[in-house]
Ligand binder design. Structure first.
Ligand code: THU
Length: 135
């Protein structure tokens, strides 16, 4: 599964987004080392702070399915306003920390997202989150 194909899975997953408050749909797709793709989407709440981003939703789902830290190769993220074009959508700070949690040192998860020119970027999580918290 290449980056473009994983991005397509993220776009498809965003169709299930529950985002009545922001009007911004986000999908995420993770690729595991054994070639499995797991998808998720953002899930909003009327109490805005309880909103779950697509990245956290998909990683929580993967863990619930039995996946472990170190099982993940890549995560693709796609976001857009409802009924509009895909746009730049990199993981928020909280999601960077959660992605970091599931990476092992030297095997950092690759984060795939659209840059402002609509081309795909692939950036290791330790670059997106330098000196991420671990103990
Ligand atoms: N959102 C994500 O799902 N992932 C991100 O990395 C950025 C933001 C969601 C949260 C909220 O439902 C909507 O996008 C607008 O912030």
């Amino acid at each position: 599964m290449n980056d473009q194909e994983l991005m397509e899975r993220a776009r498809k997953a965003s169709e299930n987004s529950y985002s009545p408050y922001s009007g911004f749909q986000v999908g995420a797709a993770v690729l595991t080392k054994d070639g499995e793709v797991i998808t998720g989407c953002n899930t909003e709440n009327v109490s805005y702070g309880l909103t779950v981003c697509a990245e956290r939703a998909v990683l929580s789902k993967a863990v619930s399915m039995g996946k472990k830290r170190g099982d993940f190769l890549k995560i693709a993220i796609a976001g857009k306003p409802h009924d509009k074009e895909w746009q730049f959508c990199s993981p928020c700070g909280a999601c960077r920390q959660v992605i970091y949690e599931f990476s092992c040192e030297g095997e950092e998860i690759l984060v795939i997202y659209l840059d402002t020119k609509k081309s795909i970027k692939s950036v290791p999580i330790d670059i997106l989150l330098p000196d991420g918290f671990r103990f």
